[in-house]
Design a protein around this ligand. Structure first.
Ligand code: FES
Ligand SMILES: [Fe+2]
Length: 334
């Protein structure tokens, strides 16, 4: 019988540091959408597991990425969020950088010899887009994004995602370890108990989870008659959930903010981008997210309490957790 990860793996700051090094700095991770980076000067800056990252579009129209950390005294080049940048200038003391990250000028520094541009560069990160998604990777030796996606693009090719327009982002911080939330996403076992509206829309006897390839997991379920909420739900290790329907998709990312806090980010895409249609999508997923947040935070408090160590995983319903937890255990050499 397979046993879940031990409770200490969900509450340990040292274990989280291992995950930052062995998971979050090695994998390609979706970071934003191409809609946010469509013309020169557009930028998006956000935190990824403790790394402050900045993506922007250079004057040639290419998306480029840097650690949002100034080599002078660790100031930021852009505040978190998105918008337009005229140039790369640190917000702390005004050092200016060229679009390749090299130092252009150290404002009013007072030295006789200019600082060597190569010694004070912004650190670059790898950035690649697939469809409407922009991914980053902090490992310079990682395989190209498309290679690492494997058969995932093919698996969703039956859905017309190119006809969907990016509509809205909703984010919510929750008080649990990121893996507590991922575990919950990876099984439908809890749906009949926690999600009454989903249960009405789905024929839960057909709910299935499979692992088509080592890098992603697939959930499928038929809808009950007349309901339009069935679709394909894919989860790509370590944190990307693609919930795809015939007329739109919501793309959910689970981003650790620390060992005990997690940001859930939803990006909504739809054929029908009217305010009513988007509000309906957001309302539906907010109901499910409220229900998942409630249980994930309760589970986390119990994992923290010291009463529970590790329980058995269901061979019928929890093979997604077996897959995910084995990958985590291998990554951090448990
Ligand atoms: S920290 Fe960036 S200019 Fe000083
Ligand atoms: Fe759920």
């Amino acid at each position: 019988m397979k046993i879940a990860l031990r409770a200490e793996n969900y509450r340990d700051p040292f274990g989280y540091e291992q995950e930052r090094r062995n998971v979050w700095s090695r994998e390609w991770v979706m970071f934003c959408t191409t809609a946010e980076l469509s013309k020169p000067g557009d930028y998006y800056a956000a935190d990824l597991a403790g790394w402050n990252l900045l993506l922007t579009v250079n004057p040639q129209g290419e998306i480029i990425g840097f650690h949002n950390v100034c080599p002078h005294r660790a100031g930021v080049i852009a505040w978190p969020g998105n918008g337009t940048l005229g140039n790369l200038v640190c917000r702390y003391h005004g050092w200016a950088f060229a679009w390749d990250g090299s130092l252009k000028s150290a404002r009013d520094f007072g030295n006789e010899e200019p600082l060597c541009a190569e010694d004070f560069e912004l650190k670059k990160i790898s950035v690649q887009a697939w469809g409407p998604f922009v991914f980053v990777c902090l490992d310079p030796n990682a395989a190209p994004l498309l290679e690492s996606l494997g058969g995932l693009p093919e698996r969703i090719s039956q859905y017309p995602i190119e006809t969907f327009t990016y509509a809205q982002r909703v984010q919510r911080e929750i008080s649990c370890n990121w893996k507590t939330y991922v575990d919950n996403y990876l099984e439908g076992y809890h749906v009949p108990l926690l999600h009454p509206s989903l249960t009405k829309a789905l024929d839960m006897s057909t709910y299935q989870v499979s692992i088509p390839e080592p890098s992603f997991c697939l959930h499928t379920c038929d809808t009950t008659q007349g309901s339009a909420s069935g679709g394909a739900w894919l989860f790509r290790y370590p944190n990307l959930a693609l919930n795809i329907y015939a007329d739109g998709m919501n793309v959910e990312r689970i981003i650790p903010l620390g060992y005990d806090r997690t940001m859930i980010i939803y990006d909504y895409f739809s054929v029908d981008t009217s305010a009513e249609s988007i509000a309906r999508m957001v309302d539906l997923s907010n109901v499910v997210l409220d229900e998942d947040q409630l249980i994930c935070e309760a589970v986390q408090r119990n994992l923290n309490s010291g009463v529970y160590e590790a329980g058995p995983l269901s061979p019928r319903h929890e093979i997604g957790l077996m897959w995910f937890q084995r990958k985590i255990a291998e990554a951090i050499s448990l």
